[in-house]
Design a protein around this ligand. Sequence first.
Ligand code: BEZ
Length: 252
Amino acid sequence: MNVRRKQEWDTSRYERNARFVSQLGSPLIEILAPKADERILDLGCGDGFLTKQIEQAGARVVGIDTSENLLSAARERGLFVCFMDAQNLEFREEFDAVFSNAALHWMLDADGVLAGVARALKKGGRFVGEFGGHGNVAAILSALFGALKLNGFDEGFDNPWFFPTVDEYAKKLELHGFRVNEIALHPRPTPLPTGMKGWLDTFATPMLSAAGSEKRQEVLDEAIALLAPCLRDGDGNWTADYVRLRFAAVIA
Ligand code: BEZ
């Protein structure tokens, strides 16, 4: 079953259920170490929470995203952002650095992304990012597949996200001309402020829409019931089984 449908972003739902995604990305800016007047591209800038921090360090930032809702929110922060698919970048040797937090797992054409980033960077430019790595949200994904199957959708499932291993992604980076300075998986159990329902409502659109509107609620309830014994604690708090892949590379 193709569950790779388009994700939809609602800015107020994102603010309520998922602000932690960009907040937890702040330490990545220390690795990026933006300098005054550097030109930096933020891939999948979303509502610009981290893009703004890069700008505040004195850099000239361009953010790109494919959600008009999130881009509008970024413009309200006074940022320069545009609608562009990071799998088809149109820049040539323009940036000192490219940055990306929690976005690359949405882009299934990883080679397209890396070829575009390699072209967009000036010689010696750096690429710093973090996204879902191998094993990310494995319990959540399994419960969603299980819930779909229990509701009669049993044709086999494709992962709608790209969660590579360290070896897989390091090889891709090297193939596209990068020297990898740092790359590792970081298991990061992440408390969910609005529980599993908030997370699924915000992020599982590709899979829930596969169930159609008539079965959506059953699939959602079933997935939550399957997850409760492993991701909900005795006080009713939920934690997502996040695993981040963090890397820093330089284009030769
Ligand atoms: C993540 O940030 O790891 C993530 C978000 C949505 C779907 C899958 C993973």
